[in-house]
Ligand binder design. Structure first.
Ligand code: H2B
Length: 101
């Protein structure tokens, strides 16, 4: 099912409910800091599972003790859509369980 680009107002409303997330170069982004490299790696695997479930994938970057996401919707021409914010909510929901800040 095609997903529609969100308007600027819709993006701002959704961002207001997602502290820590921002739009950078047209992509919804956030980075998290974790206790160590193993904790960060475990969080990446967990995010990958959610992305497969949602069939929506970010550019996911693993650092020493950091995890960063940047996502937009390829099938909407790179626009931001509801699916990007749905992924952000799911990642925020799992972050605390990994001790991510
Ligand atoms: C065939 C598959 O459903 C599509 O390619 C999915 C996969 N993951 C995706 N991820 C993102 N970010 N945007 C998409 O449009 C997208 N499409």
């Amino acid at each position: 099912m095609p997903v529609e680009p969100l308007s600027q107002k819709e993006i701002e409303d959704r961002l207001a409910e997602l502290p820590g997330w921002s739009v950078d170069d047209g992509r919804l982004t956030r980075s998290y800091r974790l206790g160590d490299h193993f904790a960060a790696t475990a969080m990446v695997v967990h995010i990958a599972q959610v992305q497969q479930e949602l069939d929506h994938h970010s550019d996911l970057t693993l650092g020493y003790n950091t995890v960063a996401l940047a996502v937009h919707t390829h099938s909407a021409g790179g626009a931001l859509t509801e699916k990007d914010f749905q992924l952000a909510q799911r990642v925020d929901a799992l972050a605390a369980g990994h001790g991510a800040q």
